[in-house]
Design a protein around this ligand. Structure first.
Ligand code: FAD
Length: 531
């Protein structure tokens, strides 16, 4: 017997599960979220929220609340720096300047502890009647059949068991995902055999010592002994709270290691501090081999987990939620074609494989090669030349992280493309890429005019071709909004007369009316058929 029903059952109400529930609810889809913890866990991880994530938050109606909860104001500075040897050494440079890619996104980035982000998402979920959250319920198992999924959830306090029924289940249940395991989804893992410590501590003296890093909220030390693994400090607030992670010797426990002395060595000076948390995790990169098994999906850390190098975890998870949200809604609302749901895994899995290979592992290997080759104590001038070179390239890395879905089954081209995290930023509207914000002739940003479903941007094109798209959308049942304007000013930067934008604000098609077969393009975009 089923005690409760919804269209989608979401296991795990962490940031990704809550984001997905909100996305679905705003698209008219009901969900039940089972979350084993009554309150978000008080570890200040997942702090760096990208401009793209803030676009999701804007769409989900949570941006204002999230920004109000941020303990570090943007004007204080939320950039980063890298130092060699110790934080107070003579060698450091600016690193990971997200401001460089700001023009290609509609919102500013943000920085706040994950528990504050989760609290804001929980508040938003509570406003949406289509979402039912079962706090304190642990999902113990699920089964699937031809018509739906059944999930058994245990009330942790009372021991009572609830039976939940839905048409789909999504495991947003973190790195040890029960849904992934029971769905039979395998993972490819790259264990790095490193034990990592995660510390949260407060220290007034550290603020004074680090005065040289004004405007920097995360600091990374490259130490020759650590083979490219980072010693990472992040500000939790503008006061005295910090978090820190770094490899520690195997066998380290909270009570057999002098963390205070270890930190002083990494900073390069003595200082007082008080620990609030000492925890550990094993460093590995893992990716599920598929994100879908029939009616079961996985998203966020359930699908991919890795060290927090580059702040990809929570941001990648939110993009999973945004990608899956509209596709589940399209299928449940009757206009998603038979190919659509499979494109979630086809698009998102290779993007993470590329993120892991081309960014996370590459950072470690690149730093390792540098540290093995250069040492100021052996050849100071060679080291300083190489350090100077690195400092020039360090900020530019951010430009190449541009996840895209070129040649996905629901994207019209380009020939020879493939889904990847490696790309470049451009104002041009390119099939498979994120749409850059541009200002319309009325003064509004294109993002302020995009519809909840598809949007056709039409710049100085005849009404016939626009009507053809409207008719094609009507016959497939897909919601389509038309935004027409002059092909002038910033809109000319898109470089095309017609741009079909997906509900997640990626471009499905960009081209000119001549040769644009509206029926075929719409059919492909909703997963009905290949062009
Ligand atoms: C030190 C550190 C720093 C980090 N910094 C960053 C950063 O700057 N930027 C970034 O993008 N990422 C960062 N990350 C990664 C980020 O924290 C994770 O990627 C993020 O938490 C993933 O969210 P999630 O919702 O997928 O999974 P989780 O946060 O793990 O949430 C899963 C939820 O599911 C619940 N759950 C699990 N199993 C069940 C079950 N069976 N039944 C019911 N509930 C269940 C759990 O209670 C939990 O609430 C960092 C991580 C660490 C450790």
């Amino acid at each position: 017997m089923n005690d409760q029903q919804a269209q989608v059952i979401i296991v795990g109400g962490g940031p990704v599960g809550m984001g997905l529930a909100i996305d679905l609810a705003q698209r008219g889809v009901s969900s039940i979220v089972t979350e084993r913890h009554a309150q978000p866990q008080p570890i200040p991880k997942g702090q760096n929220l990208t401009q793209r994530t803030m676009e999701h938050f804007w769409f989900w109606g949570v941006e204002e609340d999230v920004r109000a909860a941020a303990p570090i104001p943007l004007e204080f500075g939320i950039g980063g720096a890298t130092a060699y040897g110790s934080l107070l050494s003579e060698y450091n440079y600016d690193w990971y300047q997200r401001a460089l890619v700001r023009p290609f996104y509609f919102r500013d980035n943000e920085r706040l502890p994950q528990y504050a982000t989760e609290a804001a998402l929980r508040r938003r979920a509570a406003q949406l009647p289509a979402i039912k959250v079962l706090y304190g319920y642990s999902a113990e198992e699920f089964t699937q059949d031809d018509t739906g999924v059944s999930v058994r959830a245990l009330a942790r306090e009372s021991g009572a068991m609830l039976n939940l029924r839905g048409q789909y289940v999504v495991g947003c249940d973190g790195a040890r995902s029960m849904v992934r395991e029971l769905a039979g989804i395998t993972q490819t893992r790259n264990d790095q055999d490193m034990l990592m410590a995660l510390l949260v501590f407060s220290s007034d003296a550290l603020n004074t010592l680090l005065a040289r890093y004004k405007g920097k909220s995360f600091l990374n030390v490259l130490h020759p002994d650590l083979q490219g693994y980072w010693q990472f400090f992040g500000r939790v607030d503008t006061g005295s709270t910090w978090f820190f992670h770094s490899p520690v010797p195997m066998g380290t426990k909270a009570d057999n290691f002098d963390f205070h002395k270890y930190l002083e060595g990494i900073v390069g000076a003595p200082f007082d501090c008080e620990f609030q948390h000492i925890g550990f995790w094993d460093l590995r990169i893992a990716c599920a081999d598929t994100y879908r098994m029939r009616r079961a999906f996985i998203a966020g850390d359930a699908a991919h987990s890795h060290p927090p190098y580059g702040g990809f975890g929570i941001n990648t998870g939110f993009e999973d939620a945004r990608n899956l949200g509209w596709k589940l809604a399209a299928s449940l609302n009757g206009w998603g074609g038979p190919r659509l749901l499979d494109t979630y895994s086809q698009e998102r899995q290779p993007v993470f494989v590329s993120t892991a290979r081309d960014f996370i592992a590459n950072y470690i290997e690149d730093d390792r090669a540098f540290l093995n080759k250069y040492n100021p104590q052996i050849d100071k001038s060679a080291f300083e030349r190489a350090w100077e070179e690195r400092s020039k390239g360090a900020s530019a890395q951010i430009n190449t992280f541009e996840p895209h879905y070129e040649c996905s089954h629901i994207v019209a081209g380009p020939e020879g493309g493939a889904c990847s995290a490696l790309g470049d930023h451009s104002y041009e509207a390119r099939a498979g890429h994120h749409l850059a914000p541009r200002v319309l002739s009325c003064g509004a940003n294109v993002y302020e005019r995009l519809g909840d479903g598809f949007t056709l941007l039409a710049f100085d094109v005849g009404s016939e071709c626009v009507e053809a798209f409207v008719a094609a959308a009507r016959s497939s049942g897909a919601p389509l909004k038309v935004v027409a304007d002059k092909r002038a000013g910033e809109c000319a930067d898109y470089g095309h007369g017609l741009v079909l934008v997906r509900p997640d604000h990626f471009v499905a098609f960009a081209g000119e009316p001549a040769g644009a077969n509206a029926d075929a393009i719409m059919a492909q975009a909703v997963g009905l058929q290949a062009v």
